[in-house]
Design a protein around this ligand. Structure first.
Ligand code: G16
Length: 546
């Protein structure tokens, strides 16, 4: 059957297909509406040029609707003249593994099916993200074009063909298009072996280093087993919740102190392993907790950067660091000491792509539990865990000792994020609008005893392609370097989520061991007052604190 047998099906646009921080994320029921997914996929093709005959990578985190979506994508891709699609076996590819595969195959791009750390299942979330040839999320100009297309689409093209057996490795065809079902893990594992000293980590495990990795019934299970247990010799059973489930076992696959509380409790108990770690639904986030010591994502980024040359893949040094604006300034101090530039970008991994491609940045990361490097163009959960393992194996010190020593050298950035989830969208937008208007008046004022040094609406100028992104978060920066940042999440699927990021820098080693809540108490109450959070959201307290 050839592409000539592709049929054109009439459709009508949906008004709500604007990609967010990381692709289009909606409830499964929304994606299940007739032609909803078809419209979006066709809009991707309609917005691209030059994909005919080319290779695309397709895979997802295995969540509910992954398999059905893949079959539809195959048929639409074939009808649009794609040359070849490479799929992870059973439709499984972690987000970083998809990025690595796109790069490894020099593919045209890829379609990644995931709603990341959001819950799955028939009433959970689903998502579609388009990755470009560098293996990273499509930049804004591409997602804007896709969105514009979704507003005017009138038809999509699809071939009629039997479903592909995506569980069986090997080559098959859909119409004229070649389909290769490949091992989901091998390519990624090989890449990790080039970056870290596997022998050193193996020695550490042989000498009794203890480790628990929670795959949260999500995509990293097979990768983590292959890497940690089979390759590196961690004790069998070190990887828990290792089977990817379509509903993540009913859990929220978000590796933070709320949804991975059990891991935190384990790490704080007498039975604590040397390292506890976890990753999220699609494998790009990470959680690091040593025995008795939680490492904030912002600190983790800074510590990886400061110790980078320990790992063989980074021995040559780092060109520069990047962090998203709301991420703490801990990495800035490392960059300063290393004498390399630090780039501050808007929230969203896509903003790191140009910096990495241009070789300006080697390591980057975000407060939202993401870190990564120029080895691919997504954040990478298992990479971060392997990096920590390699550093721990080399330094032969505990996580706690390494963190404390880091603070002594660089100072500590006390940091916390308060999320007001699923608040009414109108109220959340009104809060941001009202605060934005007041920003110019705040400078020089004393609030809660602190002088406001600057208050602005963060805008980013991409030094590589010259593009500008406005309205990326409201910042209130105090004279002592403390900061409160407000922005609305771009990844939620119900109502709006207000994120408030609170940070205070403490250079004095004698004052670096307070509880975070106590260290930030004044700023936290200030954060509520400045933006009148309760008045606009009817919430007296955040739903999640990380
Ligand atoms: C995505 C983006 C990240 C961002 C995070 C949270 O991560 O790739 O860059 O920090 O969302 O974004 P927001 O604050 O807008 O909700 P993931 O892990 O959800 O793909």
């Amino acid at each position: 059957m050839g592409n000539s047998q592709a049929t054109t099906i009439a459709t009508t646009p949906f008004a709500d297909q604007r990609p967010g921080t990381s692709g289009l994320r909606k409830k499964v029921e929304v994606f299940q509406q007739r032609h909803y997914l078809e419209n979006f996929i066709q809009s991707i093709f309609d917005s691209l040029e030059g994909y005919q005959g080319a290779t695309l990578v397709v895979g997802g985190d295995g969540r509910y609707y992954n398999r059905e979506a893949i079959q539809k994508i195959l048929k639409i891709a074939a009808a649009n003249g794609v040359g070849r699609i490479v799929i992870g076996q059973s439709g499984i590819l972690s987000t970083p593994a998809a990025s690595a595969l796109i790069r490894g195959l020099t593919a045209f791009g890829g379609i990644v099916l995931s709603a990341s750390h959001n819950p799955g299942g028939p009433h959970g979330d689903f998502g579609v993200k388009y990755d470009v040839a560098n293996g990273g999320p499509a930049p804004e100009k591409v997602t804007d074009a896709i969105y514009a297309r979704t507003r005017e689409i009138t038809s999509f093209r699809i071939v009629e063909a039997p479903d592909v057996d995506i569980d069986r490795l090997g080559e098959t065809r859909v119409g004229d298009m070649r389909v290769d079902v490949v091992d989901s893990v091998g390519n990624y594992k090989a890449l990790m072996q080039t970056l870290f000293d596997f022998d050193r980590i193996r020695d550490a495990f042989r000498s009794g280093f203890t480790f628990t990795f929670d795959a949260m019934s999500a995509v990293t299970g097979p990768y983590a087993r292959a890497l940690f247990e089979e390759e590196l010799g961690a004790r069998p059973g070190s990887v828990i919740n290792a089977t990817p489930l379509p509903d993540f076992g009913g859990h929220h696959p978000d590796p933070n102190l709320v949804h991975a509380r059990h891991l935190y409790d384990l790490a704080m108990s007498d039975a604590a392993p040397d390292l506890c770690a976890a990753s999220d639904g699609d494998g790009d986030r990470n959680l690091i907790i040593g025995r008795g010591r939680f490492v904030t994502p912002s600190d983790s980024l800074a510590i990886l950067a400061a110790n980078a040359t320990i790992a063989p893949g980074y021995r040559k040094g780092i060109a520069g660091l990047a962090r998203s604006m709301p991420t703490s300034g801990a990495a800035d101090r490392v960059a300063e000491r290393l004498g390399v530039p630090l780039y501050e970008t808007p929230t969203g991994w896509k903003y790191f792509g140009n910096l990495l491609d241009a070789g300006l940045v080697t390591i980057c990361g975000e407060e939202s539990a993401g870190a990564g490097s120029d080895h691919l163009r997504e954040k990478d959960g298992l990479w971060a865990v392997l990096f920590w393992l390699d550093i721990l194996a080399a330094r032969k010190e505990s996580v706690d000792a390494i963190v404390r020593q880091h603070w002594t050298t660089y100072g500590r950035n006390y940091y916390s994020r308060h999320d007001y989830e699923e608040v009414a969208s109108d109220g959340a937008h009104a809060l941001i609008d009202a605060l934005r208007q007041r920003l110019p008046t705040l400078k020089g004022q004393y609030l809660g005893g602190l002088e406001v040094a600057t208050a602005d609406d963060f805008a980013y100028h991409d030094p590589v392609d010259g593009s500008d992104s406005q309205h990326q978060g409201l910042r209130v920066i105090f004279a002592d370097g403390s900061r409160i940042v407000y922005r609305l999440s771009g990844t939620g699927t119900a109502g709006a989520t207000l994120r408030v990021y609170i940070e205070r820098y403490e250079p004095d080693p004698a004052r670096q061991h307070m509880a975070t809540e106590a260290a930030l108490a004044n700023l936290v109450s200030l954060s509520r007052e400045i933006a009148a959070i309760e008045r606009y959201t009817q919430r007296a307290a955040p739903s999640v604190i990380t």
